[in-house]
Write a protein that binds this ligand. Structure first.
Ligand code: AHM
Ligand code: MG
Length: 336
């Protein structure tokens, strides 16, 4: 796609809707509502340091509300905006155990899974955090959505994306026609196209993994990460390690610059026998994005993340995701 200056995200969404004359506009409406939620969360994230000061002194924030934890705020904001937008029938959040119904009379034809504020351990230390979302079409009969509507394979997603609250706020999303990135201009409150048609570099420059857990890994994973530290024939250097511990931030960097992110399962029996990341809120939406951008996402036994049939709203999955060449090579190491 040619770079068009000044294109807002709403314009881009409408333009892609126009390519589908049969479209009802519901998906566009849904995305636009989510974007409003993202702007509200972004504003709150930017105020977080101040809110903390107010919170510590037991004060209320500028609207007279008691200061809320940021992840709870993000969760409540998305729920409140989406439960009566009229485009979705049911939601699920990483922060909540069960399904989240929408208001009676507002049932729509899509479902929404979201991680309101991923990387929450980074909130208090000014490190980038993000919101991740995944949209499916309703598959059951009747207006009400159910768990079955949410437990669908990643390959059936109709849209996925994230908003990263970093040095600037950036929205990256796909509806299956490329991956596009938009940067929020806070002075006008609009997301403008900044990264049209993102393609992840075929080969990684970075690897991202929590290496402190090496002793928990299976041999294949250990050997692969050791291999990355050897001199690469092509570059004459080993790979560089970058690990933020905030999936959205690690993924975003790798998407733009080329990289591979790994969160394997534990060999030793710990509390992470399937890794840490959640299929519905983290792995599947990132897998759709990376696939659309030319990359790949698999488990540590080589299964394509997009092919996994979820059985539980909060199921975890080992994740290897990023530049295609490197994910393919990692697969050869880890699949025995
Ligand atoms: P969260 O959803 O509780 O924030 O946890 C998910 C985060 C990811 O953003 C990140 O990739 C991972 O946890 C980091 O885990 P670890 O600290 O084990 O390396
Ligand atoms: Mg998370």
């Amino acid at each position: 796609m040619k770079k068009r200056l000044g294109v807002t995200v709403s314009r881009q969404i409408m333009d892609s809707q126009r390519l589908h004359p049969q479209a009802t506009g519901d998906l566009s409406g849904l995305l636009n509502e989510l974007i409003v939620a993202a702007k509200i969360i972004s504003a709150e994230v930017n105020m977080a340091g101040l809110a903390d000061i107010l919170g510590q002194s037991g004060k209320k924030n500028i609207q007279g509300e008691t200061v809320q934890k940021l992840d709870e705020f993000a969760n409540a904001t998305i729920k409140r905006r989406m439960e009566q937008c009229g485009y979705i029938c049911v939601m699920t959040s990483e922060e909540e155990e069960g399904i989240i119904p929408v208001l009676d009379g507002y049932e729509g034809k899509y479902t929404l899974a979201f991680d309101p504020l991923d990387g929450s351990s980074n909130i208090d230390v000014n490190v980038s955090i993000g919101t991740i979302f995944s949209v499916h079409r309703k598959i059951t009969d009747g207006p009400k959505g159910s768990e079955r509507d949410l437990l669908q394979k990643g390959s059936l997603q109709v849209a996925a994306g994230y908003i990263i609250y970093g040095s600037s706020t950036v929205l990256v999303y796909t509806t299956g026609e490329g991956v596009h990135g938009f940067t929020l201009d806070p002075s006008v409150g609009e997301f403008f196209l900044s990264h049209p048609d993102i393609r992840i570099p075929e080969r990684a420059k970075y690897y991202s993994v929590n290496e402190a857990y090496t002793n928990y890994w299976y041999d294949g994973m250990r050997k692969y990460v050791e291999y990355l530290k050897e001199i690469d024939q092509k570059t004459g250097r080993p790979y560089s390690l970058r690990y933020i511990g905030s999936l959205v931030a690690d993924f975003h960097r790798n998407l733009i610059s080329g990289g591979i992110f790994l969160y394997p399962r534990d060999r030793k029996s710990t509390d992470q026998p399937e890794g840490k990341l959640r299929l519905l809120y983290e792995a599947a939406p990132m897998a759709m994005l990376v696939r659309e951008a030319g990359g790949l996402a698999v488990t540590d036994d080589g299964q394509d993340i997009l092919d996994i049939q979820p059985v539980d709203l909060h199921q975890r999955v080992p994740l290897i995701i990023g530049s295609r060449f490197d994910v393919e090579r990692a697969k050869r190491f880890v699949v025995s």
